[in-house]
Design a protein around this ligand. Structure first.
Ligand SMILES: C=C(O[C@@H]1C=C(C(=O)O)C=C[C@H]1O)C(=O)O
Ligand SMILES: [Mg+2]
Length: 465
């Protein structure tokens, strides 16, 4: 990787043409500071310009917001050993990169966005046919908003024998085009929901009984079971409007959308899997749920009840134990409080334990070791995954999988793809699950999943109070 802070883009392109060989192009990544543009307008422009791939991401603190369009490079694979494969492929690509722009700007320059399916061993169905088990894209254009500043990255592979001046013109034109995106307006209109179908709720509750039996026999301690809600819309929903609704309705969540190969996976998830910034890792344990109260007093009572509820504390403790184990093996300065607090979202209160550590392992290795935590899989992991495969009437695809980004310096963040939906044409599938433990009451778990559908259901316009 070469960084050319002090010379112009044209010089970088000339250097790239010289370095490129017949079978090895060089990626030039041009980073420039730009005036503020709403990232959602940038995302919206992608469709107008006919780009297939679009991405949107913002973290709960809005420390970083991305919108990306197009793809100059994609890792789409069903290979096993998917995390080392992604890591090696990314590393190999970065051996031939020239970044033209300021030094070390977390979240700018060449960056992969996408994620991993929940369970590559689960038999696939038609539902997720657009996605492979690993899908990571290097966007053609990326807008990064951080600390009040906006940055535009344009990525372009340069091949041997290409005309650098020609590419220079092409890239500056793209930049001008991108800067004009800010002049658009956001569409407010969401498609009307025609039909809402719950997929086999009774069979789902039966599966809770079966899993509880396995728990009682001592084969497993916790298993997360999920179910699906299918919506039929009047016409294909505009995911820009859905994102806008999520930005307003779920401001304390990660808001993400990954438009890929004709389908869009999107959601508003409260749950971080892991973030890496330098050698600092941040994760979280999130498990145990109760609804928000209708009044501040009731809300306080609910939070207090959750913090004292044995069933939910047990559900939560498995997650803490597992994440602590992984981090203590790999990191130093692991900081995890002994008792959970609460995290409040629009519809739910969760038990929450923050997690911090320091270490020099790669982000994707950390994702590999943490995924799935017992918040999404169960304890012990392999046994829980087997029971999920056998009992769930659902192809989870990317639901509950790691979704996020990694930059060229190895920094990045992955959230857990819950409170999410897959939109394909007029159809949308919503997903929600919950942690089944020995004391689970199937009906209460059913109610819990109903609350977990609400954020996406409202964003898609299908939830009326
Ligand atoms: C599995 C989901 O959520 C997870 C399960 C929780 C629970 O059972 O209490 C809480 C937070 C999440 O880790 C989901 O929303 O689909
Ligand atoms: Mg629960």
């Amino acid at each position: 990787m070469i960084r050319t802070e002090h010379q112009g883009l044209l010089q970088s392109l000339l250097a790239a043409v010289q370095r490129a060989t017949h079978d090895q192009p060089v990626l030039v990544s041009a980073v420039t500071k730009v005036d503020w543009i709403d990232p959602l307008l940038f995302y919206a422009a992608g469709r107008r310009l006919g780009y297939q791939e679009r991405l949107y991401w913002s973290d709960p603190e809005q420390r970083i917001v991305f919108a990306g369009i197009g793809s100059v490079f994609t890792i789409a694979s069903d290979l096993q050993k998917r995390f080392p494969y992604a890591q090696e492929t990314w590393q190999r690509l970065l051996d031939n990169v020239i970044v033209n722009g300021p030094a070390s700007l977390f979240g700018t320059g060449p960056l992969l966005f996408g994620g991993f399916s929940f369970d590559p061993l689960r038999e696939k169905t038609e539902l997720w046919s657009a996605f492979a088990d690993t899908v990571l894209v290097l966007p053609a254009m990326l807008l990064t908003m951080k600390e009040g500043e906006s940055w535009l990255t344009i990525n372009r592979f340069v091949r041997a024998g290409e005309d650098a001046t020609h590419i220079y013109k092409e890239m500056t034109q793209l930049e001008e085009q991108a800067l004009a995106f800010g002049n658009g307006t956001l569409s407010e209109a969401c498609s009307a929901v025609e039909q809402v179908r719950e997929v086999q709720p009774a069979a789902w509750m039966d599966s809770i009984h079966r899993v509880k039996e396995e728990i009682r026999k001592g084969h497993v301690q916790k298993v997360v079971l999920a179910r699906e809600l299918q919506l039929t819309m009047e016409h294909e929903p505009d995911t820009v409007a859905v994102l806008q609704a999520m930005r307003i309705g779920q401001p304390d969540c990660y808001i993400f959308a990954f438009d890929y190969n004709g389908a869009c996976f999107l959601g508003a998830t409260p749950e971080r899997l892991v973030k890496k910034e330098g050698n600092k890792f941040t994760s979280m344990c999130l498990a145990g749920s109760i609804g928000r109260g209708k009044t501040p007093e009731e809300d306080e009572r609910n939070a207090a009840a959750l913090l004292a509820d044995e069933k939910n504390l047990v559900e939560h403790a498995y997650v803490v134990e597992m994440i602590r184990d992984v981090l203590e093996r790999l990191c130093e300065a692991v900081n995890i409080p002994q008792t959970p607090g609460v995290m409040r979202n629009k519809n739910l209160i969760h038990l929450h334990t923050p997690v911090e550590a320091e270490g020099d392992c790669s982000l994707l290795t950390m994702v590999e070791l943490l995924h799935p935590t017992p918040a999404l899989g169960g304890t012990p992991r392999e046994e829980a995954l087997r029971l999920i495969r056998e009992n769930e009437q659902l192809d989870r695809g990317f639901y509950a999988g790691p979704i996020g980004w990694i930059d060229y310096e190895g920094n990045g963040e992955f959230a857990v793809g819950i409170r999410s939906a897959l939109v394909s044409g007029e159809q949308a599938s919503l997903f929600a699950g919950c942690g089944i433990v020995e004391d689970s009451d199937p009906l209460l778990e059913y109610e819990e999943t109903k609350m977990k559908f609400k954020p996406m259901l409202s964003a898609l316009g299908g939830y009326k109070k």
